[in-house]
Design a protein around this ligand. Structure first.
Ligand SMILES: [Zn+2]
Length: 96
């Protein structure tokens, strides 16, 4: 099929807060698009891995987690399948 004009697709207004990543975001309001979302993971001491949907602020470079409820399942699936960037990092339990 030929795409004549691509639709706007999903995007969401998100604030750079550093949520889930130690805080300290610059409070910029950003229009996050599907390609901006990538998956990060954290494995706890029991060996359970949790996945988070994250974007990186172009202003200050901090990462912020997007609440899952703000993401359509298609976007989550795409982020998971593409595994654009899987980062393992230490999380501070106090974040949650
Ligand atoms: Zn920022």
């Amino acid at each position: 099929m030929k795409i004549l004009e691509k639709g706007p697709g999903w995007s969401s207004k998100q604030k750079c807060t550093g949520y889930g990543n130690g805080g300290g975001g610059c409070e910029s309001l950003l229009q996050v698009e599907a390609g901006d979302v990538y998956v990060t993971s954290n494995t706890d001491y029991l060996g359970d891995t949790d996945y988070y949907y994250t974007f990186k602020c172009p202003v200050c470079g901090r990462e912020t987690d997007i609440p899952e409820k703000d993401l359509p399942s298609a976007i989550k699936k795409e982020a998971m399948e593409n595994k654009i960037k899987i980062l393992t990092r230490e999380r501070n339990c106090l974040d949650y």
